[in-house]
Ligand binder design. Structure first.
Ligand code: ADP
Ligand code: MG
Length: 272
């Protein structure tokens, strides 16, 4: 699959070197796509009761691109994100992040790679309730044994608009603020790719909009790669590309869609 369908394809990520290829250097990764899946399958259970949540999925996510993943409930969106992020092991096929195949890694090496290369944002925020916002954001660095010598934690908290809430615990923050903490936590280690599974699903539309804006900026200003599951065509339309799943397969993969086009595609593929 080429990159030439993208609205910003003029940047030419396909080139292994050269002045326009800033993405790989920005993310510290190898050339090539940020994420690649080949022949990806995930079967739950066995025999008569087996469910193929993913079937032979081939997909790539170029660096510095924002992809929305859509599809009916049960179509395999979360399973795809979990397999791509190394939170679940596929039953067939391969996932490569930054040129490293996840299947070849020990649990320990997978954990190390996940820490440095992958951020994950959940619908339910998943912050640690006993820690402050600042402590939640600092956690990935602490676990990795890194010092916050350059003030990165406060800088990223300020960037998501929470400088004045850094000392608050999650219970003292609104849902939108909690999700902004989760985004700061995902950004702090400067990962290659950020996966977000319905990040606005628990939020009112104003807070949801702020979250989408932060994810868009993570791509545009920080060169991150974002893969976001959403049910909302308006949310999907801020992405560079929309991928639609149905019954564990990719049934649509299109760049540069506006909200009306996404609505139409959803109606066609999910008439219910
Ligand atoms: N841990 C699991 N055990 C058994 N079946 C599962 C499990 N997780 C997901 N599934 C099934 O796999 C399919 C895809 O689920 P999921 O990836 O959660 O879909 P989506 O996120 O698109 O709603 C569904 O049929 C779901 O019931
Ligand atoms: Mg899901």
């Amino acid at each position: 699959m080429g990159n030439d369908h993208r609205p910003n394809a003029g940047r030419s990520d396909a080139l292994p070197c050269g002045p326009v290829n800033h993405d790989a250097t920005q993310t510290g990764g190898a050339p090539g796509p940020a994420v690649r899946a080949e022949g990806l399958g995930r079967r739950y259970g066995s025999g008569e009761a087996a469910i193929d949540a993913l079937r032979d999925v081939d997909i790539q996510f170029p660096r510095g691109e924002f992809t929305a993943v859509m599809g009916p409930s049960g179509s395999g969106k979360s399973t795809l994100l979990h397999c791509l992020a190394g939170l679940d092991r596929p039953t067939s096929g391969s996932v490569t992040i930054d040129g490293t195949a996840l299947s070849g890694l020990s649990d320990r090496d997978l954990t190390v790679l996940r820490r440095s290369a992958i951020g994950f944002i959940f619908q339910s925020f998943n912050l640690l309730p006993m820690l402050t916002a600042r402590e939640n954001v600092a956690l990935p660095l602490r676990i990795a044994g890194e010092r916050d010598s350059d003030g990165r934690v406060d800088a990223v908290l300020a960037d998501v608009g929470l400088a004045d809430r850094a000392g608050h615990k999650p219970s003292e923050l609104s849902g939108g603020q909690q999700q902004r903490v989760a985004i700061a936590r995902a950004l702090v280690a400067e990962p290659t790719v950020i996966f977000a599974d319905e990040p606005t699903g628990n939020l009112d539309s104003a807070s949801g909009h702020e979250i989408l804006d932060l994810l868009r900026r993570a791509v545009d200003e920080r060169g991150r790669t974002v893969v976001m599951v959403t049910h909302d065509p308006r949310a999907a339309s801020i992405a560079d590309r929309v991928v639609m799943l149905s019954d564990g397969r990719v049934v649509m993969d299109r760049a540069g869609m506006d909200a009306d086009q996404v609505y139409e595609a959803v109606r066609t593929l999910d008439p219910a």
